[in-house]
Design a protein around this ligand. Structure first.
Ligand code: ADP
Ligand code: MG
Length: 249
């Protein structure tokens, strides 16, 4: 589904991501782990186009996408939840999901561009789609609540619902479990399992090795911008380079 070949990006002469090659098969959960500053978030931004690469190629569903802007890659089926993404305060859960969708329908786009009031029927359709996404992540009952009053675990589920509204085939999640405690982590893990079962492919950044090796079919390990290991969770756990990278931090 996704092939990244020799992708590189430097900041001020230092490689945040240097010559990274990896591929993700349709239907798999692929974990990306590595110490802080390893280049994980930068790699995601290169894949989605939010950051241009200095070098390298990216193929998604058989198409070269590395020259495409983020919204074109999104339309092809990539959706990202950024590290530390926040919900909009002063809006309900449903409104949080709807905000990102208004520019998606042609009528919505034209109305937004011309600053026309949107058609009621469009608004209803968007609300209906938002509710379907909320249902998928188990937040249907919370749709009318203030988003910032949700527990943190459910705010993460809300971010997932927003990402799902773009109808992605590949979902990129940057540390979705950070700051979550036991029960919340378990619920998030179950949710990722369900999304995979429904046919989504998932690229998942996670700091906690135990958490990601449980969920992922395959794990890619980054350190100092380079891939230092790529294999099954069992292989990763036994890899001396991985242990060294983590113990050395
Ligand atoms: P990770 O997500 O693995 O913690 P990042 O991809 O955020 O790592 O960062 C990798 C390296 O690139 C770090 O050294 C970081 O300081 C640097 N970096 C990331 N983004 C920028 C930026 N916009 N400008 C300058 N340096 C950056
Ligand atoms: Mg990061």
């Amino acid at each position: 589904m996704l092939t990244v070949t020799g992708i590189s990006r430097s900041f001020g002469g230092v490689y945040a991501v240097g010559d990274v090659t990896l591929s993700v098969a349709e239907g798999e959960v692929c974990g990306v782990i590595g110490p802080n500053g390893a280049g994980k978030s930068t790699l995601f931004n290169l894949i989605t186009g939010h950051l241009p690469a200095d070098r390298g190629e990216i193929t998604f569903l058989g198409r070269r996408v590395d020259r495409l802007p983020p919204h074109r890659r999104a339309r092809l089926g990539m959706s990202i939840v950024f590290q530390g993404a926040r919900v909009f305060r002063g809006m309900t859960v449903r409104e949080n999901v709807m905000v990102g969708m208004h520019s998606r329908t042609r009528a919505g786009f034209v109305a937004a561009a011309l600053r026309l009031p949107r058609h009621r029927a469009d608004e209803r359709e968007i609300a209906r789609e938002a509710d379907l996404a909320l249902d998928r992540v188990g937040l249907a009952e919370w749709a009318d609540r203030a988003a910032d009053e949700l527990p943190i675990g459910q705010q993460r589920a809300l971010q997932l619902a927003r990402a799902l509204c773009a109808r992605p085939r590949l979902l990129l999640l940057d540390e979705p479990a950070s700051g979550l405690r036991g029960g919340e982590r378990e619920r998030l893990a179950a949710l990722v399992e369900e999304l995979r079962a429904s046919g989504l492919t998932v690229l998942l950044i996670e700091h906690d090795v135990a958490f990601v090796t449980r969920l992922a079919d395959r794990v890619v390990v980054l350190d100092l911008g380079r891939v230092i290991a790529d294999g099954s969770p069992a292989e990763i756990r036994a890899d001396p380079l991985v242990l060294a990278a983590y113990l050395g931090q």
